[in-house]
Design a protein around this ligand. Sequence first.
Ligand code: 2IT
Length: 445
Amino acid sequence: MYNLDEFMAELERKNPAQPEFIQAAREVIESVIDVVNNNPKYLANKILDRIVEPERVIEFRVEWEDDNHQIQVNRGYRVQFNSAIGPYKGGLRFSKNVTLGTLKFLGFEQTFKNSLTTLPMGGGKGGSDFDPVGKSDNEILRFCRSFMTELYKYIGPDTDVPAGDLGVGGREIGYLYGQYKRIRQENTGVLTGKGQNWGGSLIRPEATGFGAMYFTNEVLKLNGDSFEGKRVSISGFGNVAWGAAMKASQLGAKVVAISGPDGYIVDENGINTPEKWAYMLELRSSNKNVVAPYAEKFGAKFVPGRKVWELPVDIAFTCALQNELNGDDAKLLIKNGVKYAIEVSNMGCTPEAIAAFQAAKIPFCPGKAVNAGGVATSGLEMSQNAEHLKWSAEEVDKQLHTIMKNIFDACVREGKEADGTVNYVKGANIAGFRKVADAMCELGY
Ligand code: 2IT
């Protein structure tokens, strides 16, 4: 039998200075410990001990030359967390704050998220402490080349398939793929999120945000509600926030806010035109990491240095970073009448925030279910690459929709409480866990 406190104490001892990984692990273990303790097969297989240990961690030096001809040194990583149900799959994050602990938390989350998609993908994550803010296009190119010159040894279309994450978008995937092709002399689906002219899937750029809204739409329906007329805030202004703003608007909501590290924007007219959406992409690719210019361009309000969660809304979506919404933010949102709290960023809410929403009976949905449409559509890109075909946008969108509905159903099935409410955290964790755990038992140790 596993004891939660003893297990977590041992995990902390073994992984010092990795608080994000410990936080992600605790959330999953809390959800699944009863399932494990009631299953002799899982106990005999020491399943929890095995599932918290990455299969492999690769760390390497990345050297590149900046525009002043100075040598720069960064650290590159790939965490190959779990391949029980398929090749490692998960994004690359380029951000100043990236540590091994960050990527272990993300790789761990990815394992259960990918399991939820119903597609055969294991979990992995990688990246670097390279800071894209303020870098020139040429510097990004040189960094990506150097990064791939080492990473190519460890990845492959049936081994490990990276994609984008924070700081890694279409441009970076292009530079990385270009270098992979140069070294390996092959066109294969080794990265996803590729450009439309060189093997990418339609709808992949939109998929994380679109999928989040398809999931939320199911939550609304279950509560006899709809997007119509809902006032919505979205944190962030990057790829995920972009897709979320578009689909929420199309489904009838009014998106009034987006945010950046510099503060947040309030646009009472709604962030609801192709011009405004296109400008979000422009802001992201400018590499300045600020949202303020939106206010000037569209005559909206900019609130400097504050978090978007102080704005009263019906639905709040975290679309930026881990732990971006804390217990105090949650209490303020609840006080201001929030009706749904939807985590789209990976681990966007602190445990205190989740507890506050759940105590107030506000439906809270976790990132690993809500944002799974991104990696699911990466899985669809892999399928298209493997059959050397390209599907229509309608076909990809239809499959994305079906996958999100299936994830929602799995969360409800595994997360239904005695009082009829749904604990989406528990539901997502148990549903994601079962498939990985069963596969690990069947494959032997
Ligand atoms: O967090 C995520 O799911 C991603 N960054 C996307 C991963 C992928 O392989 O598409």
